[in-house]
Design a protein around this ligand. Structure first.
Ligand code: B12
Length: 459
């Protein structure tokens, strides 16, 4: 069976990987969804895997089936590809976050959707297709067995920071209203059998790898056992976890021994009211400095996910956040604009305030709704401004000096250093600039005025 698997990309993301400079390589670390689909296909399949960030889809070739992975921001491009291949009478299947949370709209554009993981669903779908009885919906089993040793040779390694990413757990028990992870996994946390995970990691030829887990340490017993098994492998890795683990010295020591060098933590906001409105009371801003110091003492850098556009955010939030980030000593930030993703509770709540229904803009980089205490343009400009300021070469240099003089700094500074410059590069590629709306309240530059008009027109 000839199978084409596509990870779509559009706008500035498309072919970004072909640029010589600032090509987003640091951020391309995983094609796990499609690698898993490939691994779950029959052994004699002829599989082509296309990542549109680095290569073009072979639109004129013939395949028995096309599978497309699809998150909200890539929906328009995914639908375009669906149209193209279906016109050529090639069946198209959509899987991933968008079709899982919104199967009906997805089904209007494709032949079948896979809801949830491909495990058990994809092999069944291919059998049905072969037998000429393709159904419209297939549901994966998150507890099903995932074969280890994914076909990573299908990827062009040069184009990725690492192709060695893996997951041990799926989902998260927290019910943050804006998060599609908790919506997709119904606030469950699934764990893979340890043997499978260790087999996969042991097969990596590189020392560095990534866990793409949403919250690796949420189940303490499971993660303690996993970490103990990782110690003798002498690897270095990064992952995502909840800040509470900074208050668990035993787990923290083991994280360090197991080779963890960096953690992505969702701080989201420094305003407690914002966090409690989003069922995130467990995060308490007053503790952040102590928490960051604790991670640093263990040689773990901290990448903070920050979100702008909460109900309590006004034009002053940008400057105060920037100051706090410096005071707390955060090493890297991912500054996002609050985005009501279809299928999340936040989307239902925000529906009357949505200004922009172009899904391509649902990439955490666009103000797509009317914020409560400022305009959409101010939100956009302020979030852009924070990125520009935080990733100014001068501030990166200051942080570099801090890393070099910190405990464990010398051996670990390379990770945040590379990430900081990668974010700087992304800022240049995407032309992110912005301004502080608290200072220029009555002056909205032309670029932002135009944006407002287009936001309203698209409605
Ligand atoms: C690695 C990653 C990326 C990688 C690669 C993505 C890829 N296509 O492989 C890169 C860096 C490119 C990326 C980019 C973006 N990402 Co991203 N990414 C992730 C991350 C951290 C891990 C994905 C992963 O490997 N998961 C493990 C696999 C095994 O699970 P899975 O993705 O659910 O896949 C299973 C099923 O969904 C299903 N499935 C998926 N696709 C398909 C396709 C077919 C045909 C079938 C049958 C089944 C199937 O089977 C898979 C195996 O069981 C997730 C968070 C997460 N935990 O998933 C975010 C996540 C998917 N990304 C997200 C976002 C928003 C983005 C961006 C839009 C913006 C951003 N700031 O990063 C950009 C998009 C760029 C663009 N416009 O092109 C959101 C999506 C939210 C949503 N509802 O749309 C997520 C959920 C992060 C989050 N917490 O909000 N991302």
């Amino acid at each position: 069976m000839k199978i084409l698997l596509i990870s779509p990309a559009s706008g500035k993301w498309r072919r970004v990987g072909r640029r010589r400079l600032f090509n987003g390589r640091t951020f391309r670390f995983s094609m796990l969804p499609l690698l898993m689909v490939a691994r779950l296909s029959p052994e004699d399949s002829d599989i082509r895997l296309i990542d549109e960030q680095v290569e073009d889809t072979p639109l004129d070739e013939t395949f028995d089936v096309v599978g497309i992975t699809c998150m909200t921001a890539t929906v328009p491009r995914a639908f375009e590809l669906c149209r193209h291949f279906r016109q050529r009478h090639i069946p198209v299947v959509l899987g991933g976050f968008f079709p899982t949370l919104n199967p009906q709209p997805a089904l209007e554009h494709c032949d079948a959707v896979v809801i949830g993981p491909a495990i058990e669903a994809w092999p069944r779908l291919l059998e049905d297709l072969k037998a000429g009885r393709l159904q419209r919906q297939y549901r994966g089993n998150p507890n099903g067995k995932i074969p280890a040793l994914l076909p990573r040779h299908l990827l062009n390694r040069q184009k990725y920071s690492t192709v060695n990413s893996v997951y041990a757990t799926m989902g998260c028990r927290n019910r943050c209203k804006f998060c599609s992870i908790s919506a997709v996994y119904h606030a469950h946390h699934y764990q893979r059998p340890l043997e499978e995970v260790i087999e996969e990691i042991s097969s990596f030829k590189t020392r560095f790898f990534m866990f793409v887990d949403d919250n690796l340490t949420q189940d303490r017993d499971y993660s303690m056992t996993l970490l103990r098994r990782l110690v003798p492998l002498r690897k270095k890795w990064v992952t995502q976890a909840s800040i509470e683990i900074a208050e668990d010295p035993v787990l923290l020591d083991l994280l360090k021994k197991a080779g963890c060098v960096g953690l992505f933590v969702g701080l989201e906001s420094f305003n407690e009211k914002n966090l409690s409105q989003h069922e995130k009371e467990f995060s308490r801003p007053a503790r952040y400095k102590k928490i960051a110091d604790t991670f640093h003492r263990h040689g773990i850098f901290v990448q903070a996910g920050m979100i702008f556009g909460f109900e309590e955010d006004d034009v002053h939030v940008f400057e105060s956040t920037l100051t706090m980030l410096e005071q707390v000593g955060i090493d890297v930030i991912q500054a996002a604009i609050m985005t009501p993703l279809p299928g999340t509770p936040l989307y239902e709540e925000m529906k009357p305030r949505i200004l922009d229904t172009n899904w391509e803009h649902y990439d955490y980089r666009h103000a797509v709704f009317q914020p409560r205490r400022m305009t959409a343009e101010q939100l956009q400009a302020g979030a852009d401004w924070v990125i520009r300021k935080y990733y100014s070469p001068w501030r990166i240099l200051k942080r570099t000096l801090r890393w070099l003089t910190a405990p464990c700094g010398l051996s670990h500074f390379i990770y945040p250093f590379v990430l900081n410059w990668a974010y700087y590069g992304r800022m240049k590629t995407f032309g992110i600039s912005g301004f502080n709306p608290a200072v220029r309240q009555d002056c909205v530059p032309a670029a932002y005025r135009l944006k407002t008009v287009s936001l309203i027109e698209q409605k």
